[in-house]
Ligand binder design. Sequence first.
Ligand code: SAM
Length: 261
Amino acid sequence: MISKIFLALSFFANIFLIYLLNRKKIKNFLHLPKIKKVDITSLNQIFSLNSISSNLKGPKENTIVKSFSITADNKIVGMTSDYEAWIISSLSKKSKNIFEFGTCSGKTTYLMALNSDEDTQITSITLKPDEVNFIKKENKDSKISFRNIKNESIYDKFLFSNSNVEKKIQIIFENSLKFDEKNFHGKMDLIFIDGGHTYSVIKNDTEKSFKMLNSRGIILWHDYVPGKKSSKDVVKYLEEISKTKKISHIKNTSLCYFQNK
Ligand SMILES: C[S@@+](CC[C@H](N)C(=O)[O-])C[C@H]1O[C@@H](n2cnc3c(N)ncnc32)[C@H](O)[C@@H]1O
């Protein structure tokens, strides 16, 4: 009898150990993404490729962009990957009015300014470091995303500060939950949503973005990563609205894409 109990206990202990070691993989497996993955070349024609030879395709002129990298030693938080940055930079090339939720170091803001026309206007809204003491967590908001807002609201000077494209950029230091977007209604060609990743903030920023978009405008959301803890609210909210809005997940990125048609 004792040996049977021992066998049963060791069986469950092993199962538990396997679960602990593979927790992430199991969670990813259980969370089947609900937003369809699409290659960027089928989402927007500027990304269609040039046929160079029978086994080589390359980028067309409109996706050749200016770029930069920052060494990991600089520990800049909340950055996009190089591939994501290239997509945003390419879309900026033909955008005259751009809005960003969440400036952080200003890496993406800088890329959008470097790659757009001289007369393009870029507006980015962000929290000042001392404003994080006044933000409130709503019941629906994930703890980790709320904590990340505090960790990421640390800059009041940006990578583009004192650069020759700074004049194209306007920074609004304000909580986006209180931001009155009326003056921007129907104006934006491109909106990048990468501010607070809590449910209440992503919902607020998205609802305001849909009003700010012009008739052909594009919205990109960052950090759609099913199964990742800090993306939980982003995933939940985007999957909810994808039932009524045609949102795609861009392959090999954490970006989601919507275009007014
Ligand atoms: C992930 S970082 C943005 C990264 C940046 N877009 C980039 O590509 O480098 C998040 C930013 O959102 C800002 N943020 C978070 N919650 C906000 C809120 N409620 N209102 C305005 N900005 C907010 C933070 O201050 C931080 O600068």
